[in-house]
Write a new protein. Sequence first.
Length: 183
Amino acid sequence: MSSEEESKHLLRALETLRGRLAEAEAEVEDLRRAVERVEGLIVSTGFKTFTAEGSKPVQVQAQPQEGVTLLTSRDGVTLGSLRVEGEDLVYEPPPGLEFSVETPPFKTFLLERVLENMRQADEERMKAGELDPDRVLSYQVVEEGGVLKGLRVSNYGGERRMREITSSLRWTLDKMYDKTRKG
């Protein structure tokens, strides 16, 4: 095969792969929307625990609240809930699931890279006069004996940041859950 033919073949393969990737990304986005919708329906029903056939029990808050998002692992285990309280985002782990605040990537990624960077950006905006001092992001980790009991992010700063925090928290908890399962 000549180099020109090989290049054409590779370009066609690349085009096919890009098309398949775009389809897969669209499907993943559809699945994410479906998961969010089902999570919302689960929260609105307000039951405590259920077991889907062939899966582990999933804890759900007993009292549905407006603005509650269930955070789940890749295999569908509920890792906690995240609710909006005014300008605050409040995370609570489900009963029976214990995360150590020392388990990576909680501190190194979520606290230091995500939340601390947001806080520092707000500090800079405050110094430049673009943000009121009482609007600077802050966060508080609630722990008991090294076990994560909750996380409160105050002045999260709008929809875009809320999505970023939610996504980062979900990813962090999923990684922590994997590590606790593997021992």
